[in-house]
Design a protein around this ligand. Structure first.
Ligand code: ADP
Ligand code: MG
Length: 291
């Protein structure tokens, strides 16, 4: 490609809100065969809301919600905000906590009113030696609805199943369709529950799902998917940075974290994923015009 055509292409990208941090990306994108996307904050808004809260026998709703919200108040995960906002909207008094720890990919724990309180995924409860099978049917139903089931333990006993739902961005279905129209394979890579991820993928017509990956697992998933062809990875979070760097082309969401943007070759200035097929089409046109 000539420097002039790259300049023109880069300029046209900027007009449609696609910022090329590296000119090379404009040339590479046309070779893309697979687009892998992070779920939370990329395919979805990244703003989950609390939808369900079911108690185990002998537990009281207000007491458990207060304690769970107290622990989540110290977490930066989007799930945490869903829970603290629900507690706030009910006007609950949030108790003080001590000994807060966040177990990446699992959940959070702290001591609240002399009780150890843990909140997180099923694998977190398993790690704690707690049996979640009383909620098996509920959990499956919630996940099939595209919600993320979480569990709360209070005083080393399973206290509640909680669900949060993160809306799919309005522009996502059209963006996925456009990628398919370009003949590309579309994959989702997420730390979220397998069944939840599958339900959302089914809704969007996504071809491949890699779920329940721990942060460094995203890089391994990208390496594996690269076997299918040139790969573009799209993400917004700190834990997407290594995958963005590993991909042939990394695209970050402009509203995402600085760490993701720094690791990316292309920045989608608005949150809309329509920038992905637009950027690939632009790459095809730019390179075609040169020949
Ligand atoms: P992702 O960003 O894709 O959700 P994470 O590794 O951050 O990936 O989290 C994986 C899973 O761990 C979450 O889906 C959730 O089940 C659990 N988890 C993490 N942080 C929290 C938290 N603050 N509260 C409850 N669950 C959490
Ligand atoms: Mg994300």
């Amino acid at each position: 490609a000539t420097p002039t055509s790259i300049m023109v292409g880069t300029g046209r990208g900027a007009e449609m809100g696609v910022l090329f941090r590296k000119g090379e990306a404009l040339q590479l994108l046309k070779e893309t065969r697979v687009v892998a996307l992070d779920k939370t904050g990329t395919l979805t808004e990244g703003k989950p809301a609390l939808t369900d809260f079911d108690l185990a026998t002998d537990f009281e709703r207000t007491d458990v919600l207060k304690k769970v919200a107290a622990v989540e108040a110290l977490s930066e995960h989007p799930i945490a905000r869903a829970i603290t906002e629900a507690a706030a909207s009910e006007g609950l008094n949030i108790p003080d906590v001590s000994n807060f720890t966040s177990v990446t990919g699992y959940g959070v724990e702290a001591v609240v009113s002399n009780n150890k309180v843990q909140v997180g995924a099923d694998r977190f409860m398993e790690k704690l030696g707690l049996d979640v099978s009383v909620f098996a049917n509920t959990a499956s139903r919630l996940a099939d609805e595209g919600k993320t089931p979480l569990y709360a333990a209070v005083g080393n006993r399973l206290a509640a199943i909680i669900a949060v739902a993160d809306p799919i961005k309005d522009t996502t279905p059209e963006a996925i369709r456009a990628l398919h129209d370009l003949g590309l394979k579309v994959a989702m890579i997420t730390g979220d529950n397998q069944r939840t991820a599958k339900a959302i993928a089914r809704r969007l017509g996504i071809d491949e799902v890699v779920a329940e990956v721990l942060p460094d697992g995203k890089v391994n998933a990208v390496k594996r998917l690269k076997a299918l062809g040139r790969l573009a990875y799209v993400g917004d979070g700190i834990n997407d940075a290594p995958a963005l760097a590993e991909a042939d082309v990394g695209l970050a969401i402009g509203t995402g974290t600085d760490v993701a943007i720094e690791a990316a070759d292309v920045v989608l200035m608005s949150g809309s994923l329509k920038g992905i097929p637009n950027a690939i089409a632009l790459s095809q046109e730019t390179i075609r015009n040169i020949r």
